[in-house]
Design a protein around this ligand. Structure first.
Ligand code: HEC
Length: 495
């Protein structure tokens, strides 16, 4: 795998997934925090509303109480609900009778407040209570919460408020101190109060339930919009990431294609190099192998010209023989070269080919050409392959021909054609027990016109194995060889 390939397709998607999830988590957290802030805001809003309501109640009460105190006496007709205040019994003019004979009674601020509070509680649920740590009327005693608030006022507090559970639900309770002024002293002087002193406190309780209902409705609405926002965000993140991933994948594929293409070009370049090397070798053969017979032809022609007339005929006959032999050699060489060239060019025609049959035929032909040699041919049965019959015949001719050639000095010739497995692939082989070759040279074996030191004494053009390789490669197969000097050689090929 090249560096380029390693870079592609491994790091980015994993990083992208990490970013994607971090972004989604971050977004969820932002939404959650915003929603929490919203809930908190709704709650404090409800409380603030209740507090404002309580304060305005308090202020109104204080104002009409002052109005009452200022006038020192507010008379109302005596009814079933408005009875004379027993705590004012010592006042000489508590009850009066108008000139028309109507009975009126004096209403002090505290009494009036109580009467108004009763009405308020019935009509809009707001409760009020006038109280003191030291009440004239025992029923004006503070409850636990009010006692704490009254004590806080003596400590300097101006207002105390909190949400409290009361018998009929939760209320915002707010309490402020009531200070004594000179009007109050008209009735409260005898208890020892002085101007500015805290006479008691007025507590107001506003029911929270209606406000909580509003807050809850707002919360539901806000949650819904936040959920929509959250989903839009998440969808965008995931859709974006998916698109990005697709783009990356497409880019990877494109890059991989380029790499593959480069690989192909590289192989092509190597093939061209090999072809060039072959061409080089070809040229050197043309200059060496073709020149050798030519030189001899020229040499002997010159000798014929220089031969004295007396023994001219005899010598000429001998020389002409040599010249002809050289010419034959040249012709053979040229024919082989032409064949090799054709193999490189012609189209393949693939059919089912019986390798066993071909090997058998060729072995018999070879034996017939040299009937004096004895050899044992072992040819495996059932070797049917798919390929170009004519070209595969050339392969077998060359391999068996070589095997035959290089075993000519052996006492007993053993040639085997078979099929086996190499690296999990089916390969066919031709094995002999001839002179073999140096295994370190096995790479060079298949280059055109390469001949080995120990092969010098054998006839050959050096083109046979190059032809074989060319044919096998054109079939999409591979060829390899294995040998040891003096112990024989094996040629493997796959198709
Ligand atoms: C006309 C006489 C009168 C005046 C004026 C008056 N009060 Fe009272 N006040 C009373 C009486 C009587 C009570 C006790 C009975 C009741 O609750 O009605 C009382 C009760 C109270 C209480 C309730 C605690 C308790 O002692 O029972 C507070 C608090 C109070 N007054 C504050 C004031 C303040 C502050 C002023 C001045 C703005 C004031 N009053 C003016 C007659 C008066």
């Amino acid at each position: 795998m090249s560096d380029d390939q390693r870079k592609i397709g491994i790091t980015q998607p994993r990083q992208l997934r990490y970013y994607e999830w971090s972004l989604a988590t971050g977004w969820t957290m932002v939404i959650a925090v915003l929603l929490a802030i919203n809930f908190y805001h709704e709650k404090s809003q409800a409380l603030e509303t209740a507090r404002t309501q309580a304060r305005s109640n308090y202020q109104r009460d204080v104002i009409y109480r002052h109005w009452n105190a200022e006038n020192a006496a507010v008379y109302v007709p005596i009814t079933k609900d408005t009875q004379p205040n027993p705590y004012l019994a010592d006042l000489p003019e508590r009850d009066v009778i108008t000139t028309q004979g109507k009975k009126l009674t004096l209403i002090n601020p505290s009494y009036m407040t109580r009467l108004v509070f009763e009405m308020a509680a019935q009509s809009y649920g707001v409760k009020g209570h006038l109280t003191s740590l030291n009440p004239i009327r025992p029923k004006n005693l503070p409850d636990v919460w009010e006692t704490a608030a009254l004590k806080a006022f003596s400590g300097g507090s101006q207002e105390v408020s909190s949400v409290e559970k009361m018998v009929d639900g939760s209320y915002l309770r707010l309490m402020k101190p009531l200070k004594t002024d000179k009007d109050c002293l008209k009735c409260h002087r005898k208890q020892g109060y002085q101007v500015g002193e805290i006479r008691g406190g007025l507590s107001v309780a506003v029911p929270m339930e209606p406000l909580w209902v509003i807050a809850r409705q707002n919360n539901i609405l806000n949650s819904a919009s936040f959920i929509v926002l959250w989903s839009i965000g998440l969808t965008s993140i995931f859709v974006g990431a998916t698109r990005l991933r697709r783009t990356i994948r497409e880019r990877d594929v494109a890059e991989r294609e380029i790499i593959d293409l480069n690989q192909v070009l590289l192989t092509r370049a190597k093939e061209l190099e090999a072809a060039n090397r072959e061409l080089d070798a070809f040229c050197s053969t043309v200059s060496h192998d073709l020149r050798a017979p030519l030189v001899s032809i020229v040499g002997f022609c010159q000798r014929i010209l220089k031969t004295p007339a007396d023994n001219h005929l005899d010598t000429c006959e001998r020389y002409t023989g040599i010249i002809l032999e050289s010419a034959h050699k040249m012709e053979k060489l040229i024919t082989t070269l032409l064949k090799f060239a054709r193999i490189t060019r012609d189209e393949l025609t693939r059919t089912s080919v019986d390798l066993h049959g071909i090997a058998d035929e060729i072995s018999k032909e070879i034996e017939m050409n040299e009937p004096r040699r004895r050899a044992i041919f072992t040819i495996a049965a059932d070797m049917t392959v798919n390929g170009d019959e004519a070209l595969l015949r050339v392969v077998m001719q060359n391999l068996l021909g070589n095997a035959w050639k290089y075993t000519s000095k052996c006492a007993e010739t053993l040639i085997e054609v078979g099929v086996t497995e190499r690296d999990g692939k089916t390969v066919y082989f031709v094995r002999d027990n001839g002179i073999g070759f140096d295994n370190s040279q096995s790479e060079k074996m298949f280059e055109a016109f390469q001949r080995f030191a120990n092969a010098d004494e054998f006839e050959g053009t050096g083109i046979g194995l190059a032809t074989v390789k060319r044919i096998i490669t054109r079939h999409g197969g591979q060829i390899a060889c294995d040998g040891e000097v003096g112990k024989g050689a094996t040629f493997y090929f796959s198709l």
